[in-house]
Design a protein around this ligand. Sequence first.
Ligand code: ATP
Ligand code: MG
Length: 254
Amino acid sequence: MSEAQSSPQAPAAAAPALEVEQLTVTYGGIRAVKGISLRVEPGQIVALIGANGAGKTSTLKGIVGLLPSARGRVRVFGRDVLGMPTHRIVAQGVTLVPEGRAIFQGLSVRENLELGSILKRERAGIEQRMQRVLTLFPRLGERLSQAGGTLSGGEQQMLAIGRALMGDPRLLLLDEPSLGLAPKLVRQIFDGIIEIAKGGLTILLVEQNTRLALETAHQAHVLVTGELALSGSSQSLREDPRVKAAYLGEELHV
Ligand SMILES: Nc1ncnc2c1ncn2[C@@H]1O[C@H](COP(=O)(O)OP(=O)(O)OP(=O)(O)O)[C@@H](O)[C@H]1O
Ligand SMILES: [Mg+2]
């Protein structure tokens, strides 16, 4: 029997990059994520927006297996991953760039990037991916031997995204890449994110900056206290009076 026939979970050709069904996350009996369902098609940028404490980070951590209390269903390119240990989910091509970046402060920019490839056995692709990251974020190229901890906040965010790309993921989960950054650096990072998606990588983008998220993503979901309150194309959400009033800082005129 061939490999494909023997595998009952072989992904269909056009499987969504990510399917989340009825995901719940609880912390000591308190439900932070209350049964949300969403889907990300390959090559799309989908934004998950919402206020502090809405459950955005919990959703991302639930998807990558960092929260044992997560229940429901998570499929990545057609494969069920909920319940798998995180390293096996990463092996399916999923990478989370966490809130607060978590780069190695004492290691150089180059070493941080190389560590992103540590799970990849082939050496050949590494230099190629390094070049791609440095083209995407030229500031990193100018600072290859500088310690990660001495980079500015925005540069550290570039490094965190660059390190994730070094692992050659198929699905990238970004948690608040704009947090605490000056507008100019935010623009550079988001231009990088758009460029990455054009290269075919699928992105689930968590953002509190609603305007920026809706400018960047194809589809978006609004999370309110653990539940999806609104979902749709970014354009439809930009024009939605509820989104304008609550998240875009515009007065509601209806
Ligand atoms: N480890 C934890 N233990 C207990 N409660 C937690 C834990 N992590 C998160 N929570 C709670 O779960 C809820 C959702 O938190 P989460 O971090 O997912 O929100 P968020 O939407 O990412 O918020 P922010 O925009 O501030 O990052 C919050 O009420 C938070 O206090
Ligand atoms: Mg968060």
